[in-house]
Unconditional design. Structure first.
Length: 198
């Protein structure tokens, strides 16, 4: 059974109703709080995720011009490169320009390109994502804290085979997913397999 009091007990102060705020001031304060929370969330998300628009054909058929990609900016602050990662980085010869390529060679590895194949430390890569076999040759030893990158459109790509390695500090992040146009949505980053030598 519930009991109710209608008057204060002895030595008890009567409670006074809280003063009412002006509804306009209340509305303004709530609006300001909502905007501040939205800005904080936006900047937190922006620290973690980037958005880029693909501008050229160097990564076809994986990504095409006009597609938009989400990028994990913390991927290489919290983890290491993996072969096959599609990354966004500042072009070493002009850091104001951003490129998108695939990580092929990791620090300390020897990358060899011959007879239309890519070899890592003498072992061939299985690369089902490329548009055509490379028509160039060469051999590179990847320095520490750098990666060797190639475009999936091997013969139409300005990449490590022509201008060198990408230092870790120029990497913006790892491409996660194509999110626009909607009919092109797909997850990126498939890891190529190094086959046993035949």
């Amino acid at each position: 059974m519930e009991s109710f009091r209608s008057e204060p007990l002895p030595n008890e102060e009567p409670t006074r109703p809280a003063p009412r705020r002006n509804p306009v001031i209340s509305f303004l304060l709530e609006t300001i709080q909502t905007i501040l929370m939205a800005l904080v969330l936006y900047f937190l998300i922006d620290l973690v995720l980037g958005r880029v628009r693909v501008e050229n054909i160097s990564m076809e058929p994986t990504v095409r011009p006009g597609q938009f990609i989400l990028v994990n900016k913390l991927a290489y602050r919290l983890g290491e490169f993996k072969r096959g990662d599609v990354i966004i980085f500042h072009y070493p010869r002009d850091p104001h320009e951003d490129y998108i390529k695939r990580v092929v060679g990791l620090p300390g590895e020897t990358v060899t390109i011959r007879d239309g194949r890519v070899y890592i430390n003498g072992q061939p890569l299985d690369e089902p994502y490329i548009s055509a076999p490379p028509q160039y040759t060469g051999e590179w030893v990847v320095p520490e804290d750098q990666v060797f990158v190639l475009g999936d459109n091997r013969n139409q790509s300005s990449d490590s085979h022509s201008w060198g390695f990408v230092p870790r500090n120029l990497v913006v992040g790892r491409a996660l997913v194509v999110y626009w146009p909607l009919n092109d949505i797909k997850i990126l980053n498939q890891t190529p397999v190094v086959n046993a030598a035949n």
